[in-house]
Design a binder for this molecule. Structure first.
Ligand code: NAD
Length: 267
């Protein structure tokens, strides 16, 4: 298994072994990629270190994407530090999002201005800043930028609220970034995953109902496992997808394709 041999990439968003970012990292490492990581703060570093050890990675940087460019742990400064260890990078995986848990329940109409701006800054605009910062490291041979979305960007799902608005902004960013960076041979795509049991997933009120409903409705009759999301990321970060950009690739057991589920699925 060596599709990724010789490829180097940055994984952002590992909170623990259940994180989508870790599912992706594991598959990419198993396929020969050399990985570096970023973590939000020291608390996350403690959980990341043993995972990194398990794949023999020793490069990680603190980065809180909510920090402004002048902060030592900002996106911009993290990439500056990063470029001292690697002067080229083949891919970046952005698997992070945040919104105030108190607003991931009830009605979207009650969303506060502060949480709206914060959620969109962390969950959507960070990907644009990351793309800009990664550009010099991809300038000679191009690369792949990958983020994570959810069907709540396109249609409503219970309690997803402002996160749905943030994911819509993220999905629109993908298309504009793909256009801007295409001439530099940089591809920009998203995986829209079905529900996965993670820390971020559990923050959304009523997650259990969404989980059960999704697996009942999906033609494959299951929600994706980390392995399935990781395999799709392998495609989008490797040469296998060299002709693919500006794409939202769904890994949801086919859930998105169903208008009216079969009655038997609920019996
Ligand atoms: P997770 O809780 O494992 O990971 C979320 C990560 O976001 C954490 O590592 C956290 O440190 C990071 N983060 C939050 N705020 C940050 C900040 N200010 N700076 C830096 N990092 C920050 O959850 P996950 O479900 O693996 O989430 C990964 C991505 O997948 C998110 O974009 C999420 O919206 C998306 N997604 C999740 C699901 C699901 O059902 N879990 C489905 C589709 C898409």
């Amino acid at each position: 298994m060596s599709i990724m041999r010789g490829k180097k990439g940055l994984i952002m968003g590992v909170a623990n072994e259940r994180s989508i970012a870790w599912g992706i990292a594991k598959i990419l490492a198993d396929n020969g990629a050399e990985l570096a990581f970023s973590y939000q703060n020291e608390g996350f570093k403690k959980r990341l270190t043993p995972l990194m050890n398990s794949i023999k990675s020793d490069k990680c940087f603190e980065c809180d994407v909510s920090k402004t460019a002048d902060d030592v742990n900002s996106i911009e400064n993290m990439f500056k530090k990063f470029s001292t260890i690697w002067n080229e990078i083949d891919f970046v995986v952005h698997a992070l999002a945040y919104s105030d848990k108190e607003e991931l329940k009830g009605k979207y109409v009650n969303c506060s201005r502060e949480n709206f701006l914060n959620s969109l800054d962390i969950s959507a605009f960070s990907f644009t800043r990351i793309s800009k910062s990664a550009l010099p490291l991809m300038s000679s041979k191009g690369g792949s930028l990958l983020t994570l979305s959810y069907i709540g960007a396109e249609r409503t799902t219970p309690n997803y609220n402002v996160m749905g608005v943030a994911k819509s902004a993220l999905e629109a960013s993908i298309k504009y970034l793909a256009m801007d960076l295409g001439k530099s041979k940089i591809r920009v795509n998203a995986l829209s995953a079905g529900p996965v049991k993670t820390l971020a997933g559990a923050a959304i009120s009523g997650a259990r109902h969404v989980f059960r409903y999704s697996e009942n409705v999906a033609p494959l009759n299951f929600n994706p496992q980390l392995k399935e999301v990781g395999n799709a990321a392998l495609y989008l970060t490797s040469e296998l997808s060299s002709g693919v950009t500006g794409n939202i690739h769904r890994v949801d057991g086919g859930f998105h394709s169903v208008a009216i589920p079969k009655q038997e699925n609920f019996e």
